[in-house]
Design a binder for this molecule. Structure first.
Ligand SMILES: Nc1ncnc2c1ncn2[C@@H]1O[C@H](COP(=O)(O)OP(=O)(O)OP(=O)(O)O)[C@@H](O)[C@H]1O
Ligand SMILES: [Mg+2]
Length: 353
């Protein structure tokens, strides 16, 4: 494997805490219908060299969270509160030019649809090399060499020739690879992959996942990986965050959350999502009801209107009090630890095997 140079790899002496630390993040959008609470008090940490998987139904706030980390939500349209610390540097209050610098050097994103990141009007090579020149001060020749090297690395055949192609001359899988190459041009310390392989066939998907793992090993990047595919999550992620209605409802290592889930929503997700890693055909059970309105979320636990186990919690706790999410391995649910264990073993686990 070719080794690419990386000057910024050494951890700074300032980073006493996690590499990325998100604390009580809230993102709200003002709309004609009212205020959308897209992210509503989210906290998590991520270390270098580790991958955090994020799962949750459509609209649970996964993309908004990550676009906010990258500073892509304009404060004019979104109200952002809380803290996002990248190596101790506060991003919520950072100026746009600082964020832009970080986006070129330290953090990058791979989107589900490469056409959101690649412009149809410029060659792929130009789109890879120009930001690199801008951010690193590299010469045109150096930037071109680097872009060709990255295109080769992501498996684009004849990268020197393909450098001058426009995105429409690439196949869907190649565009996805080109976008990954673009995200990796500056060896990002933080890579956010938002459903990066959903649109690809299984073979290309496997190649790209391998590629991300190789690159992570080489550069020690931290990765946030969003996907609806639990097979991909178990293959890629170290830790897992389950999101519901803009909040984290369960977190732990992938092994803990997938093997011993403790939140009724996670049980619902596991029963409703196909598992490509399983040999056994599993009957899928959709979660009844639909995600809550973020304009007017339910009081108490946001999952309570859909929860099949609400009646096992005494009184009106589920509708009155928002269950907190403790640090570390935790689930935000009013059921007791014993109840969760019994329900999981008796009612949920038999459905998953
Ligand atoms: N600019 C915006 N203005 C108003 N509401 C927004 C805006 N961007 C996102 N939202 C709302 O915020 C909520 C969270 O959206 P988000 O895109 O983060 O969901 P997601 O978890 O990524 O879903 P998916 O799995 O479908 O990608 C949704 O209800 C969405 O409609
Ligand atoms: Mg999304």
């Amino acid at each position: 494997m070719t080794t690419l140079t990386k000057e910024s790899g050494a951890p700074s002496s300032a980073d006493a805490g996690a590499f990325l630390s998100v604390r009580d993040l809230r993102v709200q959008f003002k709309t004609e219908d009212g205020i959308v609470k897209a992210v509503d008090g989210l906290s998590f940490d991520l270390e270098r060299g580790k991958t955090l998987g994020i799962v949750g139904e459509s609209g649970s706030g996964k993309s908004v969270t990550n676009l906010t980390i990258l500073g892509l939500h304009n404060q004019q349209f979104a109200t952002i509160d809380g803290e996002i610390l990248l190596e101790g540097q506060e991003l919520v209050t950072a100026r746009e030019n600082e964020l832009e610098k970080l986006r070129g050097n330290k953090m990058a994103m791979i989107f589900q649809d490469p056409l959101t990141a690649l412009s149809p009007y410029y060659t792929v090579g130009r789109q890879l090399s120009e930001p690199y020149m801008k951010h690193t001060g590299a010469s045109k020749k150096e930037a071109r060499d680097r872009a060709v090297q990255m295109l080769e690395k992501v498996g684009i055949p004849q990268p020197k020739v393909r450098f001058d192609d426009y995105p429409h001359q690439f196949s869907g899988g190649m565009r996805q690879r080109a976008m990954i190459a673009m995200a990796l041009m500056c060896d990002p310390d933080l890579l956010i992959a938002d459903e990066p392989t959903t649109a690809l066939d299984v073979t290309v998907q496997a190649q790209i996942l391998d590629l991300l793992k190789d690159l992570q090993q080489e550069f020690g990047s931290a990765i946030i990986f969003i996907t609806h595919d639990l097979g991909v999550i178990s293959q890629m992620a170290d830790d897992l965050l389950v999101m519901y209605a803009g909040r984290a409802v369960e977190r732990g290592s992938v092994k803990e959350v997938l093997g011993d889930p403790r939140h009724p929503y996670t049980w619902g997700l596991l029963s409703s999502m196909p598992r490509l890693d399983s040999d056994i055909q599993q009957a899928l059970t959709p979660i009844p009801g639909s995600p809550p309105s973020l304009l007017n979320p339910p009081s108490g636990c946001p999952f309570n209107p859909r929860c099949a186990f609400k009646s096992e919690v005494p009184g009106t706790l589920c509708t009155d009090a928002r269950p907190p999410l403790a640090d570390g391995r935790a689930a935000a649910c009013h059921l007791t630890a014993e109840q969760k264990q019994t329900i999981f073993i008796d009612k949920i686990q038999p459905r998953l095997r």
